[in-house]
Design a protein around this ligand. Structure first.
Ligand code: GRG
Length: 283
């Protein structure tokens, strides 16, 4: 591990991810009418936590960082598309995100919908690009594509969103909320860690272990987000509305601890991942 403080490490990784995302959009910048809406969505202040986790896992395994940056960017494109679509009037109908106007506020609902579609397809275009094929072997690329499409798709994040929308009129139970958070939020965190392990060409059990660690962290992340928002959040699926403040803080702590225990039990040390996990309880 380079001798950087966590703050310096996060700053360095964020700059590298932003640069790689920018480079990945260069042809689109020249040729596409959607570039403005896409780049506004992707460069308007995201923390890049999912790609950072993917990079940190693969770094722990000693994977070439240039190789890991391609799936890291693909994952961030998927995350950004989901936020753009989630903000649309037919979904959450949000006028602001990260303190700024949402993509549809600035570019219209039609362009925002298409910018989301374009980022979703761009993710898989990146994973099957000539550069990806040059750096990563075909079987590993196929496994990465399978993992990302599965966790973000109709049995993963998209299912979480659909299921949540269908619940709005119903009384929420603990099990239902767990199902929503597992799919809508935890699935992409799970992909961040499992894709790092896939890149490192580890065995299926190890990939499953990392996937599970990401899932635990994803639940913690959702509770932390719900704790931050609970006073202003009208959403019935806010964890704190269902469980109360004290229980939610305890569960956040339990999920973070479980994720840390699982990562610490791995034969490969992952000091940065442990630091990244700890951040959730400091905010
Ligand atoms: C529209 C298919 C589709 C899915 C949407 C991710 C999602 C599903 C909805 C976003 C709303 C929400 C509260 C999701 C929970 C996960 C979460 C807290 C997302 C925000 O993630 P951050 O904080 O985002 O990593 P930044 O702004 O840093 O990019």
């Amino acid at each position: 591990m380079e001798n950087l403080s966590l703050h310096q490490y996060l700053d360095q990784k964020k700059k590298q991810i932003d640069q790689a995302l920018n480079d990945s959009l260069s042809e689109i910048k020249e040729k596409s009418s959607l570039y403005a809406a896409m780049s506004y969505g992707i460069f308007s202040g995201g923390k890049r936590i999912r790609p950072m986790l993917l990079l940190a896992v693969s770094e722990g395994f000693g994977v070439n960082p240039e190789k890991a940056m391609i799936p890291a960017c693909a994952l961030e494109c998927i995350h950004t598309y989901s936020l753009i679509h989630d903000d649309l009037p037919c979904m959450d109908n949000s006028g602001t995100r990260r303190g700024k106007p949402t993509v549809h506020q600035l570019y219209g609902e039609d362009m925002a919908l298409l910018a989301g579609d374009a980022l979703l397809t761009h993710a898989f275009s990146l994973l099957s690009s000539p550069k990806a094929c040059e750096l990563i072997s075909t079987p590993i690329l196929v496994r990465l594509i399978s993992e990302l499409s599965h966790k973000s798709g109709v049995l993963g994040m998209v299912e979480g969103q659909a299921f949540e929308l269908l619940q709005q009129q119903n009384t929420l139970s603990e099990d239902i909320l767990h199902y929503i958070d597992e799919h809508k939020t935890a699935a992409l965190f799970s992909a961040a860690l499992s894709m790092g392990a896939i890149l490192a060409e580890t065995d299926p059990d190890t990939i499953e272990t990392y996937s599970n660690i990401g899932r635990q962290f994803g639940h913690a992340f959702q509770i932390a987000d719900d704790l931050q928002d609970y006073e202003t959040d009208q959403n019935l699926t806010n964890y704190v509305h269902l469980h109360g403040l004290e229980y939610s803080r305890q569960k956040l702590h339990d999920y973070v601890n479980e994720a840390k225990a699982l990562i610490s039990a791995q034969p490969i040390p992952h000091p940065r991942i442990l630091e990244l996990f700890s951040l959730l309880e400091r905010e």
